[in-house]
Design a protein around this ligand. Structure first.
Ligand code: S3P
Length: 447
């Protein structure tokens, strides 16, 4: 969502205080609307996230003939009623399916569309067209898919074919690729086995299980069992999407670094494949408590309470990286306030996210006075640093934009963030939510 929107963040001279919620989980919202569309019967999905990325998936499912009623209960929390068409009931689209900026949408849909009896084209924004797609087209081809991507980039051209099972070892832990293969597996009678070299998020597996599919997760393998006689079918969902831990990460870090802060975020998804940041921040000395755990849609949600803490540096590598992958931009901001250096390694994946999150994060945080060294597979932040206000860019990356906004709270002068509207790709209402905690941020009104 490129725009000329600007956000100004002032030095936060008062503690952040209060209790908030964050919008529903993005990964689960994509999957829930997609899988509900393939179910037999009507699904109800509460607290669904209406963000730029997830709306792309919802619109694609409508284009494929799925009837979806929306109750816009709150601007940032919709309740959906999805009339599933069964695995084989989707309608042939008239043109390319637009996944906008959403990597999760295009990669998951690649698996589903490979199983259809009609051709389709998956495409998206210029930003999406720059992201690597071979990681999903190659293993789908091993399953018999007829899928083509010029030079390994979108658009993806898909034609009908007969799919079969596969046993595939992912070169890089990727929940999107794992999910694409499991979803394509719904269109085979065979087992599909995917090995992941690290604990990539398992929301697809959990939802498939909630819908009656037989999925096992063991020793790094996610397996969709072969189909019973009569073929596969998915039962409809009745669920509430938990708050997005990746969105909660911004107020969590903000409350950790703004002196005397004390906040609580209610109903946050704390699936272990997502909460590496909690582990890492606690190692740095953060003051975070989890309470009131409850299960919803096969996922655990909880209240997260955070108080200000003096941090010290830490090294992050290995399996923790996958569990923290989307949180490194805001973690880097915490690291600027920590005594001693903090390093992340084994995170080359950051270079192929919405943008190169190593190069651009380092570039923008340096503008604020941070001391960062780039590595091919990560970066080192030398702290603690007194940040200074500056004019910075989101580069149309929602998480980079929000991380810079959190940094602005502890900068000495105001920070101006250009192209800040992209924050709504994952966290609509970010500024209002932060304002509920007393954060001094405001949109610059167009002249
Ligand atoms: C996602 C998986 C992760 C993550 C992305 C969302 C998902 O990417 O970074 O923001 O919903 O499956 P990978 O598939 O590259 O691990």
């Amino acid at each position: 969502m490129m725009s000329t929107s600007k956000l100004i963040v002032h030095t936060q001279n008062t503690p952040l205080r209060g209790t908030i919620t964050v919008p529903g989980d993005k990964s689960i919202s994509h999957r829930a609307v997609l899988l509900a569309s393939l179910a037999e019967g009507v699904s109800v999905i509460r607290n669904w996230l209406p963000a730029g990325d997830t709306l792309a998936t919802l619109e694609v499912m409508r284009t494929l003939g799925v009837h979806i009623d929306v109750d816009e209960r709150l601007p940032q929390a919709w309740d959906l009623r999805v009339e599933g068409r069964g695995l084989r009931g989707l309608r042939r689209p008239a043109g390319p399916l637009n996944c906008r900026n959403a990597g999760t949408a295009i990669r998951l849909l690649a698996g589903v569309m490979a199983g259809q009896s009609f051709p389709s084209v998956l495409d998206g924004s210029e930003q999406l067209r720059r992201r690597p797609m071979r990681r999903v087209t190659e293993p789908l081809q091993l399953m018999g898919a007829d899928i083509r991507a010029e030079e390994g980039h979108a658009p993806l051209y898909i034609r009908p074919s007969t799919l079969h099972g596969v046993s595939y070892s992912l070169p890089v832990a990727s929940a999107q690729v794992k999910s694409a293969l499991l979803l394509a597996g719904l269109y085979t009678g065979d087992a599909v086995r995917v090995f992941q070299p690290g604990p990539a998020r398992d929301h697809t597996e959990r939802l498939l299980m909630a819908m009656g599919a037989v999925v096992t997760m063991q020793a790094g393998w996610a397996t969709l069992s072969d189909a019973p006689l009569g073929g596969r079918r998915l039962l409809p969902l009745d669920m509430t999407v938990p708050g997005d831990f990746s969105s909660a990460a911004f107020p969590i870090v903000a409350a950790t670094i703004v002196p005397h802060s004390e906040i609580t975020i209610r109903g946050v998804g704390v699936n272990e494949t997502r909460t590496g940041l909690l582990h890492v921040l606690r190692q740095m000395g953060a003051n975070i408590a989890i309470s009131s755990q409850q299960v919803t849609g096969g996922e655990v949600a909880a209240d997260v309470s955070v108080g200000f803490a003096e941090l010290h540096g830490v090294d992050v590598d290995g399996p923790t990286v996958v569990r923290t992958i989307d949180e490194f931009p805001v973690w880097a901001v915490a690291a600027t306030q920590a005594v001693d250096h903090s390093t992340v390694r084994d995170a080359a994946e950051l270079r192929v996210k919405e943008v190169d999150r190593i190069a651009l994060l380092a570039q923008e945080l340096r503008r604020l006075g941070a001391n960062i060294d780039e590595h091919q597979d990560g970066f080192t932040v030398h702290g603690p640093t007194r940040l200074k206000g500056a004019s910075v860019e989101s580069h149309d990356d929602h998480r980079l934009g929000m991380a810079l906004a959190v940094a602005g709270l502890v900068a000495d002068e105001p920070t101006l963030i250009h192209d800040a509207a992209c924050m709504a790709d994952s966290f609509p209402g970010f500024v209002d939510t932060m304002a509920q905690l007393g954060a001094a941020m405001e949109w610059v009104k167009p002249a």
